[in-house]
Design a protein around this ligand. Structure first.
Ligand SMILES: CC(C)(COP(=O)(O)OP(=O)(O)OC[C@H]1O[C@@H](n2cnc3c(N)ncnc32)[C@H](O)[C@@H]1OP(=O)(O)O)[C@@H](O)C(=O)NCCC(=O)NCCS
Length: 184
């Protein structure tokens, strides 16, 4: 199988998940377990194990509607990014989600990884629109999207249960037309 590889000039890369990533992903998530459990208490202890990550990668690889990537910096895995809910019907759309390990944050990793994913979604997959939903207090995520040309188009009230409460989220979108007209 050919593994798609996309590189930005500044050292940040996106690589499609392979099963062999399970070990490195499990170690990375273990280091951030407190944050990941607080944000998403539904994550079981099994999710944090190598087997749990292997299962997660396997189900992603089996699904036509998901593309999962590891984010790399200097070749090391520092996060993950996924295009979810990929629709090949009249929408031709996907949701984007991402996470960067705490030790790799504030160095432009998410911003560059999103840029690579956008290029892949529009340039390679031929999608028409990408959506993102961001907790209204998540300034870093909003900035990373805005720096890539995403527009805030609304607020979804009580969108997701985070930290024990239903949180409002901003809805962002970027269309292929906007991206081509004004590349970030
Ligand atoms: C949100 C997240 C992905 C950002 O990753 P990152 O690699 O640190 O982001 P970047 O370094 O590309 O920074 C993006 C922008 O946010 C700003 N930023 C970064 N961390 C910030 C913080 N804690 N508070 C305020 N602004 C912040 C950066 O300065 C940059 O803004 P700029 O373009 O004006 O310079 C990361 O914090 C994370 O994984 N958080 C937990 C999971 C999450 O929230 N995922 C997104 C769900 S929608």
């Amino acid at each position: 199988m050919t593994v798609p590889l996309v590189h930005a000039p500044v050292d940040v890369g996106l690589r499609a998940w392979v099963l062999a990533d399970a070990e490195e992903l499990a170690a990375m998530y273990a280091d951030a377990r407190e944050e990941l459990t607080a944000d998403a208490p539904w994550r079981s202890p099994a999710w944090f194990t190598v087997d749990g990550q292997r299962e997660r990668i396997r189900s992603c690889l089996d699904a036509d509607s998901v593309e999962g990537f590891v984010i790399t910096a200097s070749g090391a895995i520092v996060g993950n990014l996924s295009l979810d809910e990929i629709r090949r019907d009249i929408l031709q759309s996907a949701d984007i989600g991402y996470w960067v390990a705490p030790g790799a944050r504030r160095r432009g990793v998410a911003t560059r990884a999103i840029g690579l994913a956008v290029g892949h979604a529009f340039g390679c997959l031929g999608l028409h629109r990408i959506h993102a939903t961001v907790d209204i207090d998540n300034r870093a995520s909003s900035r990373a999207l805005e720096d890539n040309g995403f527009h805030r188009v609304g607020v979804i009230r009580g969108f997701a249960m985070v930290g024990g409460g239903w949180r409002d989220h901003h809805l962002y979108q970027l269309s292929a037309e906007d991206w081509r007209a004004e590349p970030a």
